[in-house]
Design a binder for this molecule. Structure first.
Ligand code: SF4
Ligand code: SF4
Ligand code: SF4
Length: 251
């Protein structure tokens, strides 16, 4: 089987998702039977403009990033957004406040008006170019990354969950965090991580983004049952789903 030429690129992010790949160790060696890394700044010094599969980590925050991303898209047969920053803007989207001047003042203080500190709203990769597949999470799931790479190498379409984290949490028989008087975002967050946070005693903070069609009425019922409010749920969404949290204001 001809190996897929794989390139990994990073934009605005902590590069923790790439680190997850490096840390796969023997799992990574197995993947090298089916892919050939040709560019990957965090792991190799080679560079190439010829690749089949491009993983893009990080969100898009500057005009020059948009052109670079478009060039990557043009060269890649398949483009995969890697991690929450790339998939939906992740924590970087916290800065997409209605008043960008306030953001600049908050970060740069008296230097806020200096031209080289100009900042633009954060965009997800899919807001600039077409994305073929996504590896969600912060950091991204190694299991899901491996699965998607194997599917693409075998020319099959990966199937990723569209249901909420609660489904995986129930299958693990984890006691619900609402029973501990906490607010958990698993009710509206896309599954695929196997619900490690509730299993470890931590509420889900929504790093995989929202399900496509959140069951808002079901979520409200749970809030009512446990004496919580939609505002409580929304406050938890600020970290990874701040734009959606603002959109559902007043619901
Ligand atoms: S998704 Fe999280 S771990 Fe990955 S690059 Fe962004 S901030 Fe880092
Ligand atoms: S702990 Fe969270 S993810 Fe698990 S069942 Fe409860 S709300 Fe759903
Ligand atoms: S349980 Fe929630 S916060 Fe934890 S990995 Fe899954 S989606 Fe992310």
């Amino acid at each position: 089987m001809k190996k897929l030429r794989m390139a990994i690129f990073d934009f605005a992010c902590c590069e923790g998702c790439q680190l997850q790949i490096v840390n796969m160790e023997e799992g990574l060696l197995d993947l090298l039977d089916i892919v050939e890394p040709v560019e990957w700044r965090e792991a190799i010094s080679d560079q190439s403009e010829e690749y089949d599969l491009a993983f893009v980590e990080g969100s898009i925050t500057r005009e020059e990033d948009e052109q670079r991303l478009k060039d990557i898209r043009q060269r890649a047969r398949i483009l995969v957004a890697l991690g929450a920053c790339a998939v939906n803007g992740g924590v970087n989207r916290l800065k997409n406040a209605p008043d960008m001047d306030e953001v600049r003042r908050c970060v740069y203080g008296n230097s806020a008006t200096m031209p080289h500190l100009a900042t633009a709203p954060t965009k997800a990769v899919g807001e600039v170019v077409k994305v073929d597949f996504e590896v969600r999470g912060c950091p991204m799931s190694r299991r899901e990354f491996t699965y998607i790479v194997r599917c693409l190498a075998a020319a099959t379409t990966p199937v990723v969950p569209t249901y909420p984290v609660c489904v995986e949490c129930k299958l693990r028989e984890t006691v619900c965090r609402y029973e501990f008087n906490e607010v958990c975002l698993g009710v509206v967050t896309r599954a695929g991580c196997n619900a490690p946070c509730p299993a470890g005693g931590q509420w889900c903070y929504g790093c995989r983004g929202l399900v496509d069609d959140p069951n808002v009425n079901g979520a409200k019922d749970i809030m009512d049952k446990y004496g919580k409010t939609v505002a409580d749920l929304r406050s938890r969404m600020e970290l990874f789903n701040s734009v959606e949290a603002r959109q559902c204001q007043g619901q």
